[in-house]
Write a protein that binds this ligand. Structure first.
Ligand code: MN
Length: 726
């Protein structure tokens, strides 16, 4: 149905007659702002968007929520979807409404990963509750989700499944924790309809059939009971259990449909808890109870404050049914949960705050109701405490932040972006360039709050890296020690010393003569002009010692064979350099200076295009490269094509994931035995212990690259070998 302001107004009018004290002018102002902000926006159903916030507001009025909640419900999508600044809401509607809207927006940003195990789902529910400092935030969010579920038929199938799963895993359990049974049941049934349409149909059809069969006898049962206890003025309802509750018993509990006894329930609502027990006694006189079905949730309430007496008895005509007995107040709590508590609190404050003592007497009965509840559950002496009690064991000394994929990162209170990045992995911290919270770029010293979705952007460029200042920003020792480790690694003199010792030791062990010329050749083979740079790189693990030794050995053996080794090394390097420069034609011309873009490292066979740089010749990109922007300076883009040739070399970026660093020896053997070489290489250990090797290989064309990658993949420890995607 399409909701209009009239729908909401008539609900409020009905309610105001019930003395809920809604401030109509404020609600109308919120409607005016929302309808203007959403002007022109449509829902997938084809209705104007404003129908959605109105529906959410109506759900909350039905729950007897207060004016602020209804106002925030009307405005709940204007900040995120219409860019209305939060400060405008604060100015017009006060800080509480602004806080409620902000909370709803933030909760909507938490990535809910439904593929994770139950434990994860329970933790997320707790975090969501903790984030909703004001429990009304959660009530608006649940009402929002309920209306989205009611209109889910208009969404594409993958969205239907995703939303239904989230609702089933996170929102329905939350509604349950908050004791909001009515909303929970509706959300579950709506979710089930999309998650298992056939199961849903089967159970619904069965319910309809059984209802027809039982209706008559249940009506009779209601009448019998009423006759026996009419002196205490009970309300007696007969009802069928929800589709999902029967589905669960049938499918998960593996019970045949015939064995589901509490399919039908008779609910008896009386005035006092004494009357509850009295009524139970009468029922037991009338009907034979089934064994082991009695539950006293009045003496021992459920954690979500649910109270009732339950029993299953055998009807006179052999149809068993469940009996639920509760007081009116218990009923309110059972159906509306925390919203019922809220209503109570609001009324007292509202009345006392505005019209003083006189109206308080009108609420004396309600006060008594609260006193009753409090007497039974001494720990909950106010609404906030009740919410706190539900949040249970999340430590208040921690913040819970999310990665964009929905992983929870737990950090001590006061932690910053830097702590978060290092908590994921030291490589993430070391390579961090920017960070975003909820999509906006933030500075590294930003202190995290529970519920923040933090995205860390990294780079492989060595321009970035930790800065001494980070040590003072980081709160956790984990981050601090990782930053210190990085500095240690970066300390060049030490790295040179270490690398030199490692290389010299290796030469000795492998009986390679420690000659200056050979060392320089080896360094050159790795593109190092200066020996110190070479040592430093070996020192911090930029190139592995194993690889250095392998190369050195080769060079040494070659020098023993024929010509002086120095020539060979020189030749290889210059050969590559020269040929590289002549691999393509630019606008049909051969002798134009070209270089191959580092961003996409094109290879013969790739479709390419050239960009005329200022002073550095033509830079050749893959046509598919993200950096190719033909609309920008179109004059500087040139047609380039490959020159067919066998003896030219190009550089291809490859990434190899192996089970461990140990695979490197085999990898190097494959590369060199195919007369190829790594021109640069780096290796890192991934969080799961795998090794990730990034290198550039000199290669003739794409076919050769494909064949070498094929061979690399055959190495048992190698998990994957691919041309690096850029
Ligand atoms: Mn919404």
């Amino acid at each position: 149905m399409t909701y209009t302001i009239e729908t909401l107004k008539s609900k409020i009018d009905d309610d105001n007659k019930n003395k809920n004290g809604y401030e109509v002018d404020v609600i109308m102002a919120a409607y005016a702002l929302a309808s203007e902000a959403h002007e022109g926006q449509m829902r997938r159903s084809g209705e104007p968007f404003i129908s959605h916030p109105l529906a959410v507001a109506c759900i909350l009025v039905d729950l007897n929520m207060d004016t602020e909640t209804v106002v925030a419900a009307l405005l709940h999508d204007v900040v995120e979807d219409c860019n209305v600044p939060l400060k405008n809401l604060k100015r017009q509607f006060g800080p509480t409404v602004a806080k409620l809207v902000d909370g709803v927006t933030k909760i909507g940003m938490v990535p809910l990963d439904t593929s994770k195990e139950d434990e994860h789902a329970i933790n997320i529910q707790k975090i969501l509750l903790a984030m909703a400092e004001d429990v009304r935030v959660m009530l608006i969010k649940i009402a929002d989700r309920l209306h989205n579920m009611r209109t889910l038929e208009y969404s594409p199938p993958h969205k239907q499944r995703e939303n239904a799963l989230e609702t089933m895993n996170f929102y329905a359990p939350l509604a349950h924790q908050l004791g909001m049974n009515t909303l929970k049941v509706e959300m579950e049934d709506l979710s089930l309809k999309y998650l298992d349409p056939y199961g849903f149909e089967e159970i619904s059809a069965m319910i309809t059939k059984r209802k027809e069969e039982c209706d008559f006898s249940i009506e009779r049962v209601k009448k019998f009971i009423y006759e026996k206890i009419k002196d205490i003025n009970p309300i007696i309802e007969g009802r069928v259990k929800s589709v999902y509750s029967i589905y669960k018993k049938h499918y998960t509990g593996n019970k045949p449909l015939d064995a589901i006894f509490d399919f039908y329930a008779v609910r008896i609502i009386v005035n006092t808890s004494t009357e509850c027990y009295y009524t139970l006694g009468i029922i037991h006189e009338m009907y034979r109870p089934l064994p082991d079905r009695f539950k006293d949730y009045i003496g021992t309430p459920k954690p979500n404050r649910y109270q009732s007496l339950h029993n299953t008895v055998m009807g006179k005509d052999g149809v068993p049914f469940e009996v639920q007995i509760r007081t009116k107040d218990m009923h309110n709590i059972a159906e509306y949960g925390i919203a019922a508590h809220w209503k109570y609190k609001m009324n007292v404050e509202f009345k006392v705050g505005r019209s003083g003592k006189k109206s308080q007497t009108a609420h004396d009965n309600k006060l008594e109701f609260l006193r009753n509840i409090l007497d039974q559950q001494q720990e909950a002496d106010d609404i906030q405490q009740l919410a706190e009690a539900i949040k249970t064991d999340l430590s208040s000394d921690d913040v819970y932040a999310f990665t964009p994929r929905g992983d929870v990162i737990t950090l001590p209170l006061g932690s910053t972006i830097i702590d978060f990045a290092y908590a994921i992995h030291s490589a993430i911290g070391n390579k961090m360039t920017h960070a975003k919270i909820g999509g906006s770029v933030v500075s590294f010293d930003t202190v995290l709050s529970t519920g923040d979705v933090v995205e860390i952007q990294t780079t492989n460029s060595s321009v970035y890296g930790p800065n001494r200042n980070w040590l003072t920003i980081a709160k956790t020792n984990q981050a601090k020690s990782k930053i210190r480790a990085w500095f240690k690694k970066q300390s060049r003199p030490e790295n040179i010393k270490l690398g030199k010792a490692l290389i010299e030791g290796g030469f000795k062990r492998n009986s390679i003569p420690l000659e200056d010329a050979l060392l320089k050749q080896t360094a050159k083979a790795f593109r190092f002009e200066k020996l110190d740079d070479f040592y430093a790189s070996a020192g911090y693990g930029g190139i592995s010692i194993a690889k250095i030794l392998m190369r050195a050995k080769e060079l040494y053996l070659e020098s023993q064979e024929t010509r002086p080794a120095a020539d060979i090394a020189e030749n290889i390097v210059t050969h590559v350099a020269k040929k590289q420069a002549r691999g393509v034609l630019v606008d049909g011309e051969e002798n134009i200076q070209v270089r191959f873009a580092q961003c996409c490292t094109p290879l013969p066979g790739d479709e390419i295009i050239g960009f005329e740089t200022r002073g550095f010749g033509t830079s050749v990109h893959k046509k598919s490269c993200a950096n190719v922007k033909l609309d920008k300076e179109p004059d500087r883009w040139h047609k380039v094509e490959w020159v067919a040739s066998d003896d030219m070399y190009y550089r291809a970026a490859v990434e190899i994931i192996a089970e461990s660093n140990a695979a490197l020896a085999d990898i190097s053997t494959v590369i060199t035995s195919n007369r190829l070489q790594f021109s640069e290489m780096s290796m890192k250990t991934l969080p799961n212990g795998n090794a990730c090797i990034n290198g550039s290989v000199e290669i003739a064309n794409v076919e050769q690259l494909a064949s070498i990658l094929q061979k690399l993949k055959k190495i048992p420890e190698v998990i994957s070998a691919d041309r690096r995607a850029d």
